[in-house]
Design a protein around this ligand. Sequence first.
Ligand SMILES: C[S@@+](CC[C@H](N)C(=O)[O-])C[C@H]1O[C@@H](n2cnc3c(N)ncnc32)[C@H](O)[C@@H]1O
Length: 307
Amino acid sequence: MNPVSRFVRLASLLVSEALAPRTLQRIPEPAVVMEDPERVRAFHDQGDPSTGPLLPVYHLNAVATSRLMPLGGRLLDGGSGSGRNLIYLARCRQDIRITGLDMSGEMVSLGNAEIRKAGLEDRVRLVVGDMTDLEAGVQDRVDVVSSIFAFHHLPRREALHQCLESMARLVDRFGCAVWSFDHARPRLRWTADIFPGIFTPESPDFFNRDSTNSLKASFSFEELSASFDACFPGRTVAHARSKLLRLYQVHWMPGKRSGSIADPSRELNEDRLPADARKAYRSLQWLFRSTPLIRGAPPSAASQEAP
Ligand SMILES: C[S@@+](CC[C@H](N)C(=O)[O-])C[C@H]1O[C@@H](n2cnc3c(N)ncnc32)[C@H](O)[C@@H]1O
């Protein structure tokens, strides 16, 4: 697609998503657990640390997670895939330990091989496990529990509630922080269909088909916010959706040890990103410009945005 038609499509997407009534109901992922080796490899490659289009997303998540994470903290991540974002975070935060849980043996073995190659096996490990029962992955304590690009893989709302309730039990037990990032389902099926052609035109078909399916399988911002509120009774979870391109959502809650370090790491500076990824990261950060945790305020200043 040439740059002019890309721009025209993007403009039509933004206008129609802002004005059209919702007609797209949730369509669960055709394959909930990513076991197919080609699909696993296609997803893994998109997180390549020098060229992968997922790098800006990984950086944004590393920044937010890190702001919630105390010194020497422990992260438990559900639906971690091959853990590329966890490796990225571990390189930025050399003081922390990470356990990632994924139902796919294929993802876990590819990821653990990558972790060994990176020499991070003392601090990062992936295990086969179910994010609807996160407690099974707990070794001693948890300081942040997270899930990134994974809620949309859960088949039904009941499974989402099991996952969130298991996060809430970890909060009761450890006083840990919560962080989640995912797509927000578009209003129109057309948006999901044209999204990859606009944003990742160079990526393989496998990955782009996955992106379309992921958008269709995502929970809307209103659905996910309501589910968090229902599963964390008596607690305040902050909710935010990206502005303008309203297809990403984050939900978080500081933990009792969050904010104990002011500048978590110099390594989280965006200069570590290759030039194209840095530009894309700045755009993504701009879409969340009213979200204090992403903009750079301390976690205690997290504010609620109305759904
Ligand atoms: C799109 S990938 C995201 C991977 C990673 N978080 C990232 O951002 O790179 C979603 C992952 O969720 C996994 N998954 C699906 N259902 C799951 C469950 N109930 N428990 C754990 N993992 C699950 C899939 O196997 C897949 O690897």
